[in-house]
Design a protein around this ligand. Structure first.
Ligand SMILES: [Zn+2]
Length: 645
């Protein structure tokens, strides 16, 4: 008998002995990091309110209880009884019964009402029908991404369970090594921004953290073939951990499956959905620009199938000697500071991913409160000595000024913005400014993927800032549903109507004017001296956005045509519109934020690796942290390995 089988047998015996004698256990199984306990007596189990929690803390495992399929009531019968238990206001849309696992997935507009106080309604459901309920939210704004992902996972349910069972056995395998060390290898994003990828290794385990591309340098991918990484074969990687969905962290995750990786990806649920949206778009853009994409949509689906979503604060076994906990990073929806606890109290490493330390309109500030962290791997995007950002309130005032001036001229404000994060932040600023009368109420047109990304935000309000979350829970206060927001979904014709119409605000991708519908808006509105092109985000070297910022006002039409796929033409487009830059709307901590993140950690880490910043930024931040807080700091290059123990 294999050791995992033995372990499960022992667990079954131990659980049986802990339970009251009238509750029987039919089997126990690992599914990914969870221990699933099947019982003949699900109703009695649910009656003992605290039982699962007690078992979980006793066994130090995440535990799910499910009914043995032999004791299930018929779905038609259960459906009625469940609907009787759930309050009508919950807005139940769908009940989906899975007899093989005894689970019923309940989709509702107000999941909180299905869950009840401390899960009381969920327990009531099991007490009544025996099925194990699982709740998902109906997005307040319809999202094709969310429904595609859900339908796909439903369709792949059996195969996904096979994956989870295999991963579960991997996680709970017997440790083979007596040796002790912890190492980190940088595979990318060291002394550069982009292609984030690291290997965290112990004698037992190897974990890949992030796997991104480098924007504007398509050929430069992480050093995945290094012997530390996939060089020894894709199966030598135990797990992939994804901090957030931005392409410079996620773009090449699907590529791993083309290389033969078959293991889990740990991320939050919104990160999974956003990764699906952004990587599919990444393939689309590559095709439009005539590049051969490194993988196909089939691999994106594989990646989604292998995602194991975790919530902030869940302590999760991901290998025999590694526990992972995600914490809010304040950067984009679902972004996570990833904390690794290695061995039994042996060592702790935190990867910041990208962070924003202060609260923003969208998110609470990044969490930096851990029981222990010996080594911190810290992003340094704005780590340079002069990288201080404008105060949020000042930025917002600057933006409303630009809008008011343009409105008085009867012009239109065009804002290039990233679909994920910055757009929603600006939407919130505009909604409030209009509500409070700081700017006139006028239409705000959203073009490109912005609407879809917004819909995903409203699907996961738990991941948003407290007060914003509360407003979304009340439909009539959901700021994203304000009626001035208009989704451009009619293409060129609708754009022409907007161009011919009244003063308005247009938010459009891409954020750095490197393609997408913004090109079309420029060709329409660019010649109008009364309108204003307003940059609210970082414009990278080499992008059209940066060139316009630097004063370019004659744009080759071929440049625009190439990007909007109309083939382009001859001549130049005279950019007569005003060009303004409003700083301060960043998803990244500035220099002060990065220092504060480290300074207020308690206890502070012994070592800090400054990564994800250009040469100057990582050097500046590294030496400042060394001088100010007397810690050992490093500004590694790519392909360096550090041994910490
Ligand atoms: Zn990011």
């Amino acid at each position: 008998m294999s050791t995992v089988e033995q372990q499960l047998d022992d667990l079954k015996a131990e659980i049986t002995s802990e339970l009251p004698s009238d509750i029987s256990v039919s089997s126990v199984k690992y599914e990914g990091p969870e221990l699933v306990v099947y019982t003949h007596d699900p109703k009695k189990f649910a009656q003992e309110g605290d039982l699962v929690r007690k078992l979980a803390s006793k066994l130090r495992k995440r535990i799910t209880v499910r009914p043995d399929p032999s004791v299930l009531s018929r779905p038609e019968e259960a459906r009625e009884q469940i609907m009787d238990v759930i309050p009508d206001d919950a807005g139940v849309e769908d009940l989906d019964f899975h007899a093989d696992t005894g689970e019923v997935v309940i989709e509702a507009a107000k999941p909180g009402m299905v869950i009840g106080r401390h899960g009381s309604t969920l327990r009531e459901i099991t007490k009544t029908v025996g099925w194990t309920p699982e709740v998902v939210r109906t997005p307040p704004i319809e999202s094709s991404t969310v429904s595609n992902v859900r339908n796909f996972l439903k369709h792949e349910r059996d195969e996904r369970r096979d994956v989870l069972e295999r991963v579960g056995r991997q996680i709970h395998r017997e440790e083979m090594s007596d040796d002790e060390y912890v190492r980190i290898t940088t595979l990318g994003c060291s002394r550069e921004v982009g292609r984030a990828a690291f290997i965290l290794s112990t004698p037992e385990t190897r974990i890949l953290i992030d796997c991104g591309d480098k924007p504007g340098a398509e050929g430069e991918v992480p050093y995945l073939h290094a012997p530390e990484a996939l060089g020894a074969g894709p199966q030598t990687i135990d797990a992939v951990v994804l901090t957030h969905a931005h392409l410079d962290h996620s773009a090449l995750i699907p590529l791993l499956f083309k290389y033969g990786y078959d293991g889990p990806i740990y991320c939050t649920e919104p990160t999974r959905d956003l990764m699906g949206l952004l990587t599919l778009d990444y393939l689309d853009v590559a095709a439009k620009e005539g590049r051969t994409p490194p993988y196909e949509s089939e691999q994106v689906r594989e990646a989604i199938k292998h995602c194991i979503p975790l919530e902030y604060g869940d302590v999760t076994d991901i290998a025999p000697d590694v526990k992972l906990t995600f914490h809010n990073a304040g950067h984009i929806l679902g972004s996570a500071v990833s904390h690794f606890h290695i061995g039994d109290g042996l060592y702790n490493v935190a990867f910041s991913g990208d962070i924003h330390y202060e609260d923003t309109r969208l998110f609470n500030g990044a969490v930096n409160d851990f029981p222990r962290v010996e080594t911190l791997v810290l992003e340094s995007t704005y780590g340079g000595r002069n990288d201080y950002q404008t105060d949020q309130a000042d930025s917002e005032r600057n933006l409303t000024e630009v809008i008011n001036e343009t409105y008085e001229r009867d012009g239109k404000v065009v804002i290039p913005a990233f679909a994920v994060g910055r757009s929603q932040e600006i939407m919130l600023v505009l909604e409030e400014a209009m509500r409070e009368g700081d700017i006139p109420t006028m239409p705000v047109h959203l073009d490109g993927m912005i609407w879809e990304a917004t819909a995903i935000h409203t699907t996961y309000p738990e991941y948003l800032r407290d007060d914003l979350r509360d407003r979304i829970f009340h439909d009539d206060e959901n700021p994203f549903l304000a009626e001035q927001f208009n989704h451009i979904d009619g293409g060129e014709e609708e754009r022409q109507d907007v161009v011919d119409g009244e003063p308005c605000i247009i938010l459009s991708t891409s954020g750095m004017v490197t393609g997408g519908p913004i090109m079309s808006w420029l060709s329409h509105i660019g010649p109008d001296p009364d309108s204003t092109l307003t940059f609210v985000g970082y414009q990278a070297q080499g992008t059209l956005g940066r060139r316009i910022q630097n004063g370019w006002d004659e744009i080759p039409v071929s440049d625009i045509g190439r990007h909007d796929n109309s083939g382009g033409g001859r001549g130049t487009l005279s950019l007569n519109m005003n060009v303004e830059t409003v700083d301060g709307f960043s998803g990244h901590a500035d220099r002060a934020g990065l220092e504060n993140f480290v300074k207020t950690m308690n206890p502070r880490p012994e070592k800090v690796l400054c990564v994800h910043g250009d040469e100057r930024s990582v050097q500046d931040l590294s030496s400042a942290l060394y001088h100010d807080y007397n810690m050992r700091t490093f500004a590694p290059k790519n392909l360096e390995t550090f041994r910490f123990l």
